[in-house]
Design a protein around this ligand. Structure first.
Ligand code: NAP
Length: 277
């Protein structure tokens, strides 16, 4: 199996730095897609209640024959369940849908600052963590102002903050805040859903290293120290995205890619995204 590095979270739990994302994989196709990813070698799967495909993830893990402990599974609380009791019930449903009695990481998917009270939601996640039913808890799409509110009353510091990040959105401020507080940054849409793959700086580096633009971009994330989980529905691209550990980017390559930043989002802005359901 490829030697995927692990990142140690603030409670000592280890997470594989490279995983497989499942956003926009049809629920009917998820079991096969995740089974293929596990066969390729991925041992970290990122799903969410919102994706509607947790059952498929659970089915693939069950039929892989792998021990449950060998696969790191993350899911996320849907936006409509921010109230304390709703969050606890929704977590139970996630465990049932995944067919497991324990999650590795559970996240608040979006802060929804104008709708939910994410501080009470965080208390529900702390309850889940305290009961041992998730090995770690964290947040997603939290800006420093949102994290500050959580940290004012939290007993448990979030283990991760999963945010949109790629060469066109380097997220220097949020990543620095995360690092300062011992929170690991996870980068979603790591190749900007394909938008960075024609970038002239990235394609030039890829040609020189005889790698693909996706591999160069994902390697840039790995060397920054973030956790990534690119999504693909094709086995060959899953393999391509997994082959990141037999080459490296120089300091000059790293800065040239970082300099492509234009603060461009491919997904919603966490300060204004307040959609439930
Ligand atoms: N927390 C959040 O709010 C949030 C939001 C979005 C995503 N996420 C998580 O992050 C994961 C990754 O983000 P994402 O799925 O939005 O975007 P992504 O991984 O940046 O890009 C996926 C897209 O790129 C294509 N692709 C993948 N590998 C490729 C390659 N080597 N060459 C060319 N094209 C390639 C895929 O097409 P094919 O499938 O056809 O290969 C798909 O269209 C998600 O699956 C999800 O788990 C979290």
């Amino acid at each position: 199996m490829a030697n995927v590095p692990v990142v140690t979270l603030n409670n000592g739990v280890e997470i594989p730095q490279l995983g497989f994302g499942t956003f926009q994989i049809d629920p009917d196709d998820t079991a096969d897609a995740v089974a293929t990813a596990l066969d390729v070698g991925y041992r970290h799967i990122d799903t969410a209640q919102m994706y509607g495909n947790e059952r498929g993830v659970g089915e693939a893990i069950a039929r892989s024959g792998l021990d449950r402990d060998e696969v790191f599974v993350t899911s996320k609380l849907n936006n409509s369940f921010h109230a304390y009791d709703d969050a606890l019930k929704a977590f139970d449903r996630t465990l049932a849908d995944l067919g497991t009695d324990r999650l590795d990481l559970f996240l608040i998917h979006w802060p929804m600052p104008e709708v939910g009270d994410f501080v009470q939601t965080w208390r529900a996640l702390e309850e889940v963590y305290g009961s041992g039913r998730s090995r770690a808890i964290g947040v997603s799409n939290f800006q420093p102002a949102h994290l500050r509110r959580i940290l004012e009353s939290a007993e448990t510091v979030p283990a991760v903050n999963q945010i949109e990040a790629h060469p066109y959105l380097t997220q220097d401020t949020v990543r620095a805040y995360d690092a300062e507080h011992g929170i690991v940054t996870e980068a979603w849409s790591p190749i900007a859903q394909g938008a960075v793959l024609q970038d002239p700086v990235i394609t030039r580096i890829a040609e020189r290293l005889d790698r693909t633009p996706a591999q160069v971009t994902l390697r840039w994330h790995i060397q920054r120290g973030d956790v990534v989980f690119p999504k693909s529905s094709s086995r060959s691209r899953m393999e391509e995205n997994f082959a990141l550990f037999d080459f490296g980017l120089s300091a000059d390559d790293m800065s040239a890619i970082s300099a492509r930043n234009r603060d461009h989002r491919v997904g919603p802005d966490p300060d204004t995204f307040n959609v439930t359901g």
